[in-house]
Design a protein around this ligand. Sequence first.
Ligand code: 8X3
Length: 252
Amino acid sequence: MTKIVLVTGATAGFGKAIAERLVGDGYRVIATGRRSDRLDALAKSLGPALLPLVLDMDDTAALRALPASLPEGWQEVDILVNNAGLALGVGKAQDSAVADWRQMIETNIAGLVEITHALLPGMVARDRGHIVSIGSTAGTYPYLGGNVYGGTKAFVAQFMRNLRCDLLGTKVRATNLEPGLCGGSEFSNVRLRDDAKAAAVYQDTHPIQPEDIAETVAWVLGLPAHVNINRIEMMPTCQAAGGLAVARGVKV
Ligand code: 8X3
């Protein structure tokens, strides 16, 4: 039986690459996002195995109504890829806009738990399923300006670990994928609100690409049903955790 995957944030970057890869691997994919023109283009290029679905991760009512609102033949979602998420700003906490913080919490935490809550009961009832969330190394390693973005990804990491506890005894799997520096997506353009500054983030680096994320998701999903990858931390070879910082000349 062909498995049905729902990928959030599939209009660009990781989500688009994951949708393309999984359709290529023989899955049927529900691709969600806000930009219908991009979803339609994806559907056109991938054919009937892809269902485009306009969905705003901030629209709680739509997320709660999601399972019942899916077309016939698409309702039994086997796999949820929680990809939608964003970072806004790189300023210190004391300089950040609280509206940006709220937006990250809304999308990265509230939207993610809402859609998970909407789809999980069906997976448990059918006793098959897999939830893969895209976390971040920012959920483990603090860095200057990471503040609430890193906090939301730490939430995702712990939520996924806790899901494993609740799902123990079922055949539903849960995985957190935690990438570091990734190019080929709109992540830094959205975060910095400046295309030149976004390009500078990747200057003289060879970051992880969306296809690398898609490859990893495909591998995690394709493992035998008795294997659960709890978490994967991945960085480009050109990146490493930077250690602790010391402020000099500060009299306390
Ligand atoms: C993206 C990785 O290092 O920009 O989640 O926070 S980082």
